[in-house]
Design a protein around this ligand. Structure first.
Ligand SMILES: *Cc1c(COP(=O)(O)O)cnc(C)c1O
Length: 375
């Protein structure tokens, strides 16, 4: 299938078929396809200045950085082009910080099983899922894995070399797994006690997806670093690493850079997108729609015994199932609904945040039809 056109929550293929898009470019198209304000910002900036390198100040980049800093608990921003790059930046900065403030032997980063941090060599090593690391060895050293939401395993894993703990508050690719509230409080306290950096990968769960601008807000736990990408520039490729002042200071001019990162075009798109995503009314609506969708999914859970649970927060939701997910995904596609499956047994729903309740009803009805055919 080749998709050639998109508008709002809908996409069209080359044969003229129309689909309701609950994949949203893998949580990228949070504002739907071709949001008019993002399109206008790109059109305007494309006619003005697209790229100049980071040898010079880039006005739209400064505006976007300011918007992100004013709306988060972090102080400084580094822009790049993807989530993996943002995480590479976080890993490098954690090591720099470790060396500067903690000693030469502080380099190890503890990450979580079922995590996903991207496909570059360091990011895929941080990604504690063997299936993604197969035949890539030797992997860079300095990473250690623990089960997600298991505080005692985390405590045990800390070694004299540990400098940081990195996790997704809501794991996306790993199966829509939500960090527990108590767990996050304890992780934060542990980091404070042991002087470890806390890094949140909010590439997928950040930027309004959970109904708050950043997922960490659900916990009242501030990270020392946070990575963003996916939805940040309204479908245009962009990533960002945010850090607290003291941590950010471990990168001096020349230490880290990206040729395209935060260029005028991406930054203009980013400013338009984040301005909408950060709007209080937009966030409240997203949270309400998430609750509405989650309630509907709970009804399916009641109805079908092969559904084990409803999981997620806001509009990143999943259904655990005991049957193969792929046939369900395919049957939904045949009925005009795009969804995907993470692992083989979790159906994931990451619709555009501009989705209407009526389109949520449409999607649930298609799921219901498809599921009624499964024994
Ligand atoms: C998608 C994703 C990444 C990787 O982003 P890319 O832009 O594909 O490099 C990293 N972390 C999380 C949580 C993601 O969902």
């Amino acid at each position: 299938m080749a998709l050639i056109k998109g508008e709002g929550a809908w996409v069209w293929d080359a044969d003229g078929n129309k689909y309701l898009d609950f994949v949203a470019g893998l949580a990228v198209n949070s504002l739907g396809h071709c949001h008019p304000e993002v399109v206008a910002a790109i059109r305007e900036q494309a006619g003005k200045l697209m790229h100049v390198s980071n040898l010079y100040w880039i006005e739209p980049q400064v505006r976007l950085a300011k918007l992100l800093v004013e709306n988060s608990a972090l102080d400084k921003v580094f822009f790049c082009n993807s989530g993996a790059e943002a995480n590479e930046g976080a890993i490098k900065l954690a090591r720099k910080y470790g060396k500067k403030y903690m000693g030469a032997d502080k380099y190890e980063i503890i990450t979580m099983e079922q995590s996903f941090h991207g496909r570059t060599l360091a990011a895929i090593t941080a990604t504690a899922q063997p299936k993604y690391q197969k035949d890539l060895d030797p992997l860079p050293p300095g990473f250690k894995y623990v089960p997600f939401n298991d505080f005692s395993a985390l405590v045990e894993a800390i070694s004299p070399n540990t400098c940081a703990i990195m996790l997704e508050p809501v794991q996306g690719e790993g199966g829509v797994n939500v960090a527990g509230y108590e767990y996050m409080q304890k992780v934060k306290q542990l980091c404070a006690e042991k002087h470890l950096l806390l890094i949140f990968d909010e590439v997928q769960c950040g930027l309004a997806r959970t109904g708050k601008l950043f997922a960490y807000e659900h916990y009242g736990v501030e990270p020392d670093m946070m990575t963003l990408a996916k939805a940040i520039a309204g479908s245009f490729p962009m990533g960002a690493l945010l850090a607290k002042e003291k941590v950010a200071g471990c990168f001096q001019p020349g230490d880290h850079a990206s040729t395209f990162g935060g260029n005028p075009l991406a930054s203009a798109a980013g400013y338009a997108a984040v301005s909408i995503l950060a709007d209080k009314g937009f966030l409240a609506e997203t949270a309400a729609k998430g609750q509405y969708f989650s309630d509907k999914l709970s009804q399916l859970h009641q109805k079908y015994s092969f559904i084990t649970d409803v999981r997620g927060k806001g509009l990143i939701l999943g259904l655990g199932i005991t049957v193969e997910g792929k046939p369900i995904v395919d049957a939904c596609l045949a009925r005009g609904l795009l969804i995907n499956c993470v692992g083989s047994n979790v159906l994931r729903f990451i619709p555009p945040l501009i989705i209407t309740e009526q389109d949520i009803d449409n999607a649930v009805q298609i799921l219901d039809e498809v599921m009624s055919g499964i024994s």
